[in-house]
Design a protein around this ligand. Structure first.
Ligand SMILES: [Zn+2]
Length: 99
């Protein structure tokens, strides 16, 4: 995760950032270039959440459908595909949320 300083416009990573008090969100992220502390925005931006929503909906729905078809026709291959798609979808979601 990287930040961009509001004053000098230089970017820096969380590891490079100055930290005065990690419990205070207004003092936990400081610019290492000019020393300006800026409020940390913990929420993912809206565009990213919409993208994640569309992605998970578009992938999870056919996967659930595959599992349903696998159960009703006793086709273990369909069942397997559905489970694999759901697991990889969940893993991708977890990774994108952590970043
Ligand atoms: Zn700065």
């Amino acid at each position: 995760m990287s930040y961009k300083c509001l004053r000098c416009q230089k970017s820096f990573t969380a590891r490079q950032a100055l930290c005065e008090d990690w419990r205070d969100p207004e003092k936990s992220v400081g610019c290492p270039h000019c020393g300006l502390f800026q409020k940390q925005d913990l929420r993912p931006n809206l565009q990213q959440s919409i993208l994640i929503g569309v992605m998970s909906g578009g992938i999870a729905t056919p996967a659930v459908f595959l599992i349903g078809r696998g159960f009703s026709s006793a086709d273990t291959l369909l069942l397997f595909y559905g489970v694999v798609i759901l697991i990889s979808c969940a893993a991708a979601l977890m990774l994108s949320v952590r970043n």
